[in-house]
Write a protein that binds this ligand. Structure first.
Ligand code: G3H
Ligand code: 13P
Ligand code: ZN
Length: 315
């Protein structure tokens, strides 16, 4: 067994009308919670690593843990760099053995994004690695973008076709109203599904059959997790995510990869706060970290079964 790329996962997901979950990993308990859930649901999974995760845990430790997960579970796992900011970090991850990288040039002007993405694609493809890129800007990361400029930050469908044609990327992250973090909407949750439909149709018309789209900032911010955090001393107010039914709808459309990090953070924090709250005398990390791992597993199983629908995608 070895790590796989996302190529076959996305082909099957597109045809099957579901999405593959891409979960951010930062330590062993998160890796184990996610892959144990995926294994029980017979689902393929993407484990993704941000620059801060690389800094926190070191690429060699992360890679070794993910290799162990592949061996232990036997399921299809892709190891992906999340939001690679430059060629160097993408190259390093490819050289470390990652099977997928994201080059995020969304903060550059369009031509620069095309040129820089293409450089990463050339390096990655020559080594059998797939590339995700981003077009449009998600609120929350690029927080200099004002709400009034909302439309200007959404992905332009014609530009998406031009971008995919000129860069040769394997998947495209688009901006249709999601954002990173735990505070996504002030009022009603709203995603621009019409834009997603148009992007998909234009890509199809241009000859990109079943082209995989990626949705970042897709945590649902489970209110039960938030309540547990707050019940045991947390102060998380007004947190709101993407409703599960919207994610189901996106997964049934062209979205093949759904990114979730905030939900794992909240689950881990809720479990640890609860554990400390209920066992004030305990100080064995295997107790509270074990609780966190179990809670993460439960959350990911629910996502796979009831939200993104990748259950039995290993068949
Ligand atoms: O999109 C961002 C991810 O949630 C990673 O966040 O850079 O704090 O690890 P991080
Ligand atoms: P959330 O903050 O909604 O979990 O999004 C994570 C993400 O997009 C990682 O790339
Ligand atoms: Zn993201």
């Amino acid at each position: 067994m070895a790590l796989v790329t996302t190529k076959k996962m996305f082909e099957k997901a597109y045809q099957g009308g579901y999405a593959i979950g891409a979960f951010n990993i930062n330590n062993m308990e998160i890796v184990q919670g996610v892959v144990e859930a995926a294994k029980e649901q017979n689902s393929a999974v993407i484990l993704q690593v941000s620059k801060s995760a690389l800094k926190y845990a070191h690429p060699k430790y992360l890679k070794a843990m993910v290799d162990a997960a592949v061996e232990e579970t036997g399921i299809d796992i892709a190891l992906h760099l999340d939001h690679g900011a430059d060629f160097e970090i993408c190259k390093d991850c490819i050289d470390y053995g990652f099977t997928s990288v994201m080059f995020d040039g969304s903060h550059y002007d369009y031509e620069e994004n095309v040129a820089k993405t293409k450089e990463v694609v050339d390096y990655a493809h020559a080594r059998g690695v797939v590339v995700e890129a981003e077009l449009g800007k998600l609120a929350g990361v690029e927080d200099e973008v004002s709400v009034d400029a909302e439309n200007a930050t959404y992905t332009d469908p014609d530009q998406a076709v031009d971008f995919v044609t000129r860069t040769g990327v394997d998947s495209l992250a688009i901006a249709i109203g999601t954002s990173h973090g735990a505070y996504k909407f002030k009022g009603e949750a709203k995603l621009d599904f019409a834009r997603l439909e148009t992007i998909t149709k234009k890509l199809e018309d241009a000859g990109f059959h079943n082209f995989p789209i990626v949705l970042h900032g897709a945590s649902s911010v489970d209110q039960n997790c938030v309540a547990i955090c707050n019940q045991y001393g947390g102060q998380i107010d007004g947190a709101k995510g993407i409703p599960a039914e919207m994610l189901r709808k996106a997964a049934a459309m062209a979205v093949c990869k759904i990114n979730m990090d905030t939900d794992l953070r909240l689950a881990m924090t809720a479990a640890i706060r609860k554990s400390f709250g209920e066992n004030p005398a305990a100080f064995d990390p295997r107790g509270y970290m074990g609780d966190a791992r179990a809670f993460i597993k439960e959350l990911v199983e629910d996502k796979i079964k009831n939200v993104i629908g990748s259950v039995n995608s290993m068949e």
